[in-house]
Write a protein that binds this ligand. Structure first.
Ligand code: SF4
Ligand code: SF4
Length: 506
């Protein structure tokens, strides 16, 4: 059964192709035909029911007012941001180097493989930060330095300070954690410079996944890096790259590890592996993990404590942003309106068992809050406030104070969690700190499935909210960047590797 027409890419020549997303045998598939390289049929989501539920969360359109390019080619060959793009930038990314102190076979970017050094200057990075902050009407609020391995740059501390100077509320680095492990005061230096989060690759709780996907056992360094972040009170989000047959059996154990370190680990963002073009199709299908596979793995490996129904696409939380915006008297500044098939998430709490022989209990937020009604009510409140009237904000808040607590099942909530106090704090203070308080008690368990040429879907990439800033002044959606632009951009702005002494590179 056909679901939609879209455009995709040929995994061999990267040409834009007409594609069809369709349902067959309770699975969602994508197919396209390249005149030169034949037909490609790939799994898009492995569970049609979960796909169809996510489909209901239609995101708003928030095109930016000052696109960089007019529409002059087919998406995604016109990035960007072009006039056709439907969302603003929520998380900006800047690759600050393609050097790395590891050589992972699954990596997108690596100086040793590319044979060139890509390392924008400080001035270029400042300009890229400015370009993200110049997006109208809403400047990009959050930035992530990535690479390569951003911590191999000697000036990484200054780059973090620079991001704060340019006005980013949230600054994070994507790192393998090796330098954090090796250099004890490094976490403190990063924190002092203004870093908010360490976004750390973490593929499992035993040596094997590291040996298979990264070439060596990195678990001891990961644990040491977390310890050093703890000493500096610098929050960590774990980022496992999920590969079927390598670490998909460790999803539950990774969550357990995160909860055991919940004083410093705030979330786990699972990222199913994406494949470079020219990977054999049968390998792609064999190792592919889709978002629906992920939620089913969580269900199975938490013994049904966290189920597929507990997960929502990111756009589900748009009513929260809308309500905050209505209270502030302006449209929401930040709204998570990426395509509903890009990701999925839930908040999970833990209740420690009083019996040492019994395991702790995981409690997803949906267990004790009627989340669907909560979002419905927030939309109703926003409509009332937006329609105006004397004292409308005060009257709506009073109504919310009466109605929202009724959505909470006190018998099922974690015993020590004062969720009403947290909600009141979030809605009355509407600040980054208030949201931080909420996140402290909860573990954000999420999954974003980056696309590759096999499952590339133009419909999704047009609603991408994670964008690279590049040295030529462009803003390029993440999945376009990694599917088609990275190689040529890096070649254009790189110098041959041999011009640098080897010891300066690694
Ligand atoms: S992905 Fe967005 S910016 Fe790129 S061509 Fe498509 S609509 Fe334009
Ligand atoms: S990075 Fe890819 S998966 Fe994530 S929002 Fe953008 S298009 Fe979707």
């Amino acid at each position: 059964m056909k679901i939609k027409d879209t455009k995709s890419l040929c995994p061999e020549c990267f040409k834009s192709l007409d594609a069809e997303v369709y349902e067959e045998d309770k699975k969602i598939l994508i197919k396209k035909t390249c005149d030169e390289h034949g037909e490609f049929i790939n799994t898009y989501w492995s569970d049609a029911d979960i796909y169809n539920r996510s489909k209901e969360f239609k995101p708003t359109i928030t095109a930016i007012n000052n696109p960089h390019l007019e529409i002059s080619g087919n998406c995604p060959n016109n990035c960007g941001i072009c006039e056709d793009h439907e969302t603003s930038t929520i998380l900006g990314l800047i690759d600050v180097t393609n050097r790395c102190n590891l050589r992972c076979p699954i990596c997108f970017a690596n100086a040793a493989k590319a044979g060139v050094l890509y390392e924008p200057t400080k001035d270029e990075i400042r300009q890229m930060l400015k370009n993200l902050r110049n997006i109208k009407p809403h400047p990009t609020p959050a930035i992530q330095y990535a690479g390569g391995e951003p911590t191999v740059r000697k000036d990484i501390i200054e780059l973090i300070e620079m991001a704060k100077e340019e006005g980013f509320t949230h600054v994070q680095i994507a790192t393998n954690g090796l330098r954090l492990a090796r250099k004890e005061n490094f976490a403190q230096q990063l924190k002092d410079a203004g870093l908010n989060t360490v976004y750390m690759a973490f593929d499992g709780v035993t040596p094997e996944p590291y040996i298979s996907s990264r070439g060596k056992n990195l678990l001891p360094q990961k644990i040491k890096a977390i310890e050093n972040c703890r000493k500096a009170d610098l929050g960590v989000v774990l980022v496992p790259t999920l590969i079927a047959g390598i670490n998909d059996h460790q999803v539950g154990d990774i969550l357990k590890f995160a909860f055991d370190n919940r004083d410093i680990i705030y979330g786990v963002n699972f990222q199913p592996v994406s494949f470079a073009g020219r990977t054999p199709q049968d390998q792609v299908e064999q190792q592919r993990v889709t978002i629906s596979d992920f939620v089913n793995l969580v269900d199975k490996q938490t013994m049904g404590q966290v189920q597929p129904k507990d997960f929502y696409p990111p756009s589900s939380v748009e009513p929260v942003s809308r309500f905050m915006g209505a209270m502030d008297g302006e449209p929401a500044k930040v709204t998570l309106n990426c395509h509903p098939h890009c990701g999925i998430a839930t908040y999970v709490f833990i209740e420690e068992s009083e019996d040492p022989n019994e395991p702790d209990k995981l409690i997803p937020i949906t267990e004790f809050i009627d989340v669907d009604r909560f979002f419905e009510l927030l939309n109703e409140y926003s409509e009332r406030i937006e329609s105006g009237g004397f004292g409308i904000k005060k009257r709506t808040l009073a109504r919310a104070a009466k109605e929202l607590p009724k959505l909470i099942n006190k018998d099922k909530k974690p015993k020590n969690l004062d969720i009403i106090k947290i909600l009141i704090n979030v809605f009355t203070n509407r600040s980054y700190d208030a949201l931080g308080e909420f996140s402290k008690d909860a573990m954000l368990v999420s999954c974003m499935h980056f696309m590759d040429p096999f499952n590339f879907d133009e419909d999704r990439v047009k609603k991408c909210v994670i964008h690279y800033a590049t040295p030529d002044g462009r803003i390029i959606p993440f999945c376009s960047m990694n599917s088609i632009y990275r190689e040529s951009l890096e070649q254009k702005f790189s110098i041959p590797l041999k011009e640098h002494k080897k010891e300066e590179i690694y």
